[in-house]
Design a protein around this ligand. Structure first.
Ligand SMILES: [Zn+2]
Length: 262
């Protein structure tokens, strides 16, 4: 079985000591390719340099996370346009809205998101979206852009049925993480993943965060890594009443098409 992890924060300091070993474990676990998530313009160059070390297997996004939206200024769209030219960049993002933590004022989150969506339209790139407690607002904005956007994935989906149906009605893709393995806050996702059609579902670890709580034994450092993607997949497959093989087949094909990996 081959898997694509569509969300890995590989340049996070948690991986500084053993990044190469983390990659080796991922390949050994059946991860065939991964998308490195960019959260700010300042890290894009380093992420792209990492992708250049393994151009068949490492790809990335380029964009500004809603937490960093307060840094978005009149130069940012131009800077991002240039950074997005690299061949390893396969989506704009992660960008979006986070009304849970509100690390950036909401008007600035909206502005940064809209300008990144404009850029995705201009460049013909798909979008890697982050949303927390802002699904109604995000659906409203995407409705205006959807006809012109090639594709968009709501990564690390954690919201409710109404939000899911809002996104699916806009023909968006959905990224599922180990949140679904969390018996304290993720069980509502378990019946919901059945409703995501094959062809719209992709899997991600969001490593180093969101270590699947079903993992046994748990790694001592509590750090998540892409090699644990099959643990997320096992839960998703069980919830969908689907074999792991079938889940691997369609989620991998979907990711390869979405991020143009073939
Ligand atoms: Zn995110």
């Amino acid at each position: 079985m081959e898997w694509v992890d569509i969300g890995v924060n590989l340049l996070d300091a948690a991986f500084d000591k053993d990044r190469e070993a983390v990659l080796e474990r991922a390949w050994a676990a059946g991860i065939s390719q991964m998308i490195l998530t960019a959260t700010g313009l300042d890290e894009c160059t380093a992420i792209q340099a990492q992708c250049a070390t393994d151009p068949q297997r490492l790809f990335c996004t380029a964009g500004v996370h809603p937490h960093g939206a307060r840094h978005w200024n009149s130069e940012s769209a131009n800077d991002l346009r240039l950074l997005a030219q690299a061949d390893c960049v396969r989506a704009i993002g992660e960008c979006g809205l986070d009304f849970n933590r509100d690390f950036s004022p909401r008007p600035q989150q909206l502005k940064a998101l809209e300008q990144q969506l404009e850029l995705a339209v201009e460049l013909g790139y798909p979008v890697f979206l982050h949303e927390r407690e802002a699904s109604d607002t995000l659906v409203g904005i995407l409705r205006d852009f959807r006809d012109r956007l090639p594709a968009a994935v709501v990564h690390c989906f954690t919201a409710d049925r109404q939000a899911l149906y809002g996104y699916l009605d806009l023909d968006l893709h959905i990224g599922i993480t180990g949140w679904i393995c969390d018996e304290r806050r993720g069980t509502h996702l378990q019946p919901l993943v059945r409703d995501i059609p094959a062809g719209r579902l992709m899997l991600e670890t969001d490593a180093p965060w969101l270590l699947p709580r079903t993992l046994s034994p748990k790694p001592k450092n509590r750090r998540n890594e892409p090699a644990w993607l099959p643990e997320v997949a096992s839960m998703v497959a069980a919830c969908r009443g689907e074999s792991l093989e079938l889940l691997a087949e369609h989620t991998t094909a979907t990711a390869r098409e979405f991020f143009r990996l073939v």
